[in-house]
Each structure stands twice: as structure tokens, then as C-alpha cells.
Design a protein around this ligand. Structure first.
Ligand code: SF4
Length: 342
């Protein structure tokens, strides 16, 4: 098992059933249901890289994080099964993603194996930066029934890849080897680089050529290229501009023609369709009292609990166990954000 402590920034909090933290409501852990047949399942927030463009400011050198979270296996499975049952459909995709790196979850193989036992889960996919994978691990994940890995490849140039990953020992040759092994296994490979303007624009065609050469996308599509976006708490590389979505799409269209592949993707390409969504038990601007159940992930945040949801409370200076008054700011997709009020 990998030593997760060495990657964590701040304290690692294990979320057990006894913690009283519901696994719906917070974007760092648990289950996210956005009203489709795709469920995002987040088991860990820890990341072993420190990418200079990271939208979640993950990794050891994070400027905003003070706590990391890992969810106990049985507790997480309880929640996933509960939500799967609620949705009453039999073509659910469970997508294991994270505000960190999915492979830092100590029970990832067991998690996938147990999800596979549920007959209403059709597809199990996960995101990974590839650095904690190897031939043995890929074999294990294949055996337990993982369908697809969305692998981020930053650049094929070794020096540039290290700069983008934010750590000196990032080894692109290892990640390339992992990509080849996934492509040779029963697990499908989707290569998902982030286009970071001013840094890896010239690398994108090389990454596409590499993916075609090794046979990415056996069942699903081979690439999911993303445009770098600025986020409030995310990192912005020095000198990096953002490209308008219109211009990004134009560029993707050029590559589509050049390589005869599909790069502009829609949820339909992955069989994603609308499905009933868990009820949202709060209204925007509503004020209520909640119990503080945990410290938050970032500075100034605490996590409260009410109506079977975890609530991210900003600008909250309080102690675990306190009852505080809050105002609900956001409720979209059951990701509940609030602020403390008098
Ligand atoms: S971009 Fe992904 S791999 Fe890189 S630091 Fe952020 S969470 Fe980790």
C-alpha cells in the first residue's frame, strides 16, 4: 500500500460512518449526482503531484488546503448503493474522480470489485495521472472489472512534463509505459490532457499521435482534451492566458480533420442521459442552524450537517460540535455551500 501521508498537505481525515458526515453535499468526498446516469464518486482528496495548472490546488504545496479526506470503503459503498437504488435505472456509470489523485485511495481495487457486483452499474471508469499505476496494478484493476481509465498526459517532452506536474521526479516515460499497458489490457484508455496555453500547445498533436499509435479508445473515444480554465481556488501558471472556448473548439476541429478522430465530445458520446436526481433539501438564501461536524478542506471552511447533507460553510470560525447559523449560497446538484451569519 502506498504511503499517502507523504503526499498529503494538512491533516488526513478518515470519514467513517461514526463521523456523522453524510456523503452527499460536499464536493470533496462522497457521491455527486448531477441528474444523469453518471455518478461521480470521490474517495480521496490526496494527490501526489502539484500541477502548476491544478484547478483544485491539490498536492503538498497547496496554498489553500488545510485538510485532506479519505472515505472508509464500506461507508462509501453504502452511499453509492443507496443512490444507485434511488435512480431506478440499470445503465449507471460510476466515475471515480477526485479533487486529488484517485490512485491514492488505499482500497481502490476493492472498491471497483465491489461496485462491479451491482447489476445496475454498467460502466466503471476512473481518472488518474498514471504515476501510481504499473503493470501489476493495471492487471488487478482489469481483473476486478474496471472499464476505462481517463489518463492525464501533460506533455511528451520530459522537461516540460516535469514543469507542468510541479515535481522534479515526474517521469513521463513511466506514464507513457502505463498508457501502453492500459491500451493492451481489457481496460479502455482515454487520454485526457489539459491544454495549457503558453506551455504545452505544441505537445497536443504529439500526444494525439502517441495515443493513436498505442491504440487508445478501444470501446469509448480515445481523447478528452480539456481547455485550461481559471478557477477561484485553482492555480494559474505564470504567463498563461486562457483560450476562449470558441477558439479552443476551432483548434480541436482542425485536429479532428487532420487525424480523422473525434475530439469535440458531448455526454451522448459516453452514453450519458438524464435520470432522476436526488432531492435538494435546501433553498438558496435559506437561513438555518446546523451542527459543525468537521474542519473543512480549505482555510476558513467548516463542514456542517443538516437534512442528511454535508454543507461546506465558508468564513466560519467555530469548533466541531457547535451549532451555528448559516445562509445557503449554492445548492446546484446537491453541492451545498453556505456562509455563517449572525
Ligand atoms: S491536476 Fe490532477 S494530478 Fe495535477 S495536482 Fe491537480 S489533482 Fe493532482
Amino acid at each position: 500500500m502506498i504511503n499517502i501521508e507523504k503526499f498529503a498537505c494538512g491533516k488526513i481525515n478518515f470519514i467513517r460512518k461514526s463521523s456523522g458526515l453524510p456523503l452527499i453535499g460536499h464536493n470533496a468526498f462522497g457521491v455527486i449526482d448531477r441528474g444523469t446516469n453518471l455518478l461521480q464518486v470521490r474517495a480521496t482528496t490526496i494527490c501526489n503531484l502539484n500541477c502548476i495548472f491544478c484547478s483544485t490546488d491539490a498536492g503538498r504545496f497547496s496554498r489553500t488546503r488545510v485538510n485532506e479526506f479519505i472515505v472508509e470503503l464500506e461507508y462509501l459503498l453504502d452511499y453509492v448503493y443507496k443512490v444507485v437504488k434511488f435512480k431506478q435505472i440499470n445503465d449507471i456509470e460510476v466515475h471515480l474522480d477526485s479533487l486529488g489523485e484517485t490512485m491514492t485511495y488505499p482500497w481502490i481495487t476493492e472498491l471497483i470489485g465491489r461496485l462491479r457486483e451491482n447489476e445496475n452499474i454498467k460502466t466503471i471508469s476512473m481518472q488518474s495521472n498514471g504515476t501510481l499505476l504499473n503493470g501489476k496494478k493495471i492487471k488487478e484493476l482489469e481483473m476486478v472489472g474496471l472499464d476505462r481509465i481517463n489518463l492525464s498526459i501533460l506533455a511528451l517532452d520530459a522537461k516540460l512534463a516535469k514543469i507542468l506536474a510541479g515535481i522534479a521526479n515526474y517521469d513521463i516515460e513511466k506514464v507513457k509505459d502505463v498508457a501502453k499497458r492500459i491500451a493492451e489490457s481489457k481496460i479502455d484508455l482515454l487520454i485526457a490532457p489539459v491544454l495549457v496555453p503558453g506551455y504545452n500547445e505544441g505537445e497536443i498533436p504529439k500526444i494525439i499521435e502517441f495515443g493513436i499509435e498505442i491504440g487508445a479508445g478501444k470501446k469509448f473515444l480515445p481523447f478528452g482534451i480539456q481547455n485550461f480554465m481559471r478557477y477561484k481556488l485553482g492555480r494559474k501558471p505564470k504567463g498563461c492566458r486562457t483560450i476562449r472556448m470558441y477558439d479552443f473548439r476551432k483548434r480541436m476541429e482542425e485536429y479532428e480533420k487532420k487525424y480523422n478522430i473525434k475530439l469535440i465530445l458531448s455526454p451522448k458520446d459516453f452514453g450519458i442521459h438524464k435520470a432522476k436526481m436526488l432531492p435538494i433539501p435546501f433553498k438558496k438564501n435559506e437561513k438555518l442552524n446546523v451542527r459543525i461536524a468537521s474542519d473543512g478542506r480549505i482555510m476558513g471552511e467548516m463542514i456542517g450537517v443538516a437534512r442528511e447533507r454535508s454543507i461546506s460553510i465558508m468564513r466560519c470560525n467555530a469548533n466541531v460540535g457547535d451549532i451555528v447559523k448559516i445562509k445557503i449560497l449554492k445548492t446546484k446538484h446537491n453541492l451545498i455551500v453556505a456562509e455563517r451569519v449572525k
